[in-house]
Ligand binder design. Structure first.
Ligand code: ATP
Ligand code: ATP
Ligand code: MG
Ligand code: MG
Length: 291
């Protein structure tokens, strides 16, 4: 077929391939989620359903893009770590970044009503995205440590701030003033002495964020091993995490993981195993079957 005279404009498109042999990280972050969380009545400081929805959307992305080895989420952000030897879309950065961002955003909206039964989505949320290359394992670990440290700092601040407002009766401005210039130890002390709260006993998902990795676990229904995307709330800053999950940096196949028998499997794992215990998961299965 003859080329049209307009086709030359394609030459204006320039797209460099991502540098070989580098870890690729895509981080998405909710646009103006401070406002979004207020408009949708998120519980402060941590709305569990909002975090569960973020985790669900991220697990959809991981399920679609098998070259994502690990994802890490906290607040309104998620980082996706893609294996350094990936050939995904010929390592075209914008293609990788926009697909991940778009699938995350649509999944967030798609699953909204399962996590927020009472609250209608008032307007379409948006997420920004960036793509970053890390040439060494150390750089990648430092990146993830940075995000997890950020989670800790913000969560300690928010936990103390909302204790002062919701339990202490301070206005937002008063609480802000009270916390201005305080150290971590001061915040821990305020929580402990004024609100009888030991910060270390706060739910671990709030303190550490959520790590999604592929693991082989025993399906509780028939005992067979099955690969799933597993949410963990461990400390990635310590070496121990990277020794325990050494397959990630070594880019090896997923390892088996013994889920504590006394702990229920998280929803997003149950749905991967097609076991429905809660109503909202039953509904998800119905929707998936009719699409
Ligand atoms: P930007 O568009 O620059 O990212 P932002 O308002 O989204 O602005 P962030 O720094 O990304 O600012 O912070 C996200 C905000 O969203 C938090 O400060 C918090 O108020 C709110 N938020 C996100 N997730 C939750 C949650 N699970 N529970 C309660 N509030 C949340
Ligand atoms: P890629 O992921 O590479 O973009 P693709 O399948 O989306 O693959 P496109 O070249 O973008 O390929 O073409 C989109 C295709 O979607 C069309 O060829 C057509 O088959 C279908 N399509 C899109 N919009 C419509 C529409 N309104 N009605 C019918 N078919 C449509
Ligand atoms: Mg944001
Ligand atoms: Mg954020």
């Amino acid at each position: 077929m003859a080329k049209s005279k307009y086709e030359y404009v394609k030459n204006f498109e320039t797209e460099k391939k991502l540098l070989p042999n580098c870890w690729i990280v895509v981080r998405i972050d909710g646009r103006a989620f401070h406002q979004f969380s207020t408009k949708h009545k998120f519980k402060k400081p941590n709305d569990e359903n909002a975090l569960a929805l973020m985790n669900r959307a991220a697990s959809v992305v991981m399920d679609e893009f098998k070259d994502i080895l690990l994802s890490y989420g906290q607040s309104d952000e998620y980082s996706f770590v893609i294996r350094k030897d990936t050939t995904l879309y010929n390592r075209r950065g914008p293609k990788i970044m926009t697909y991940i961002n778009s699938l995350f955003s649509t999944s967030y909206v798609y699953y909204w009503s399962h996590y927020f039964k009472e609250t209608r989505l008032k307007y379409p949320p948006a997420f920004d995205a960036r793509i970053i290359l890390y040439p060494t394992d150390e750089n990648l670990r430092d990146y993830l440590s940075w995000r997890q440290a950020d989670c800790h700092i913000n969560n300690l601040y928010n936990t103390t701030f909302w204790a002062l407002v919701l339990k202490g009766g301070l206005t937002n401005t008063e609480a802000e003033k009270r916390l201005c210039g305080t150290l971590s130890s001061d915040k821990n002390e305020i929580l402990f002495s004024e609100f009888n709260t030991n910060y270390n006993n706060e739910p671990i998902m709030y303190r550490k964020g959520t790590i999604l990795i592929r693991k082989r676990i025993k399906n509780p229904e028939h005992g067979k091993m099955r690969q799933v995307i597993l949410p963990l709330h461990e400390d990635m800053i310590q070496d121990n995490f990277w020794q325990k999950h050494s397959e990630i940096l070594a880019i090896k196949s997923s390892q088996s993981y013994e889920w504590p028998p006394d702990m229920p499997l998280p929803d997003i794992v149950m749905s991967q195993l097609h076991i429905n215990t809660r109503d909202r998961d039953k509904e998800i299965v119905v929707i998936e079957e009719t699409v």
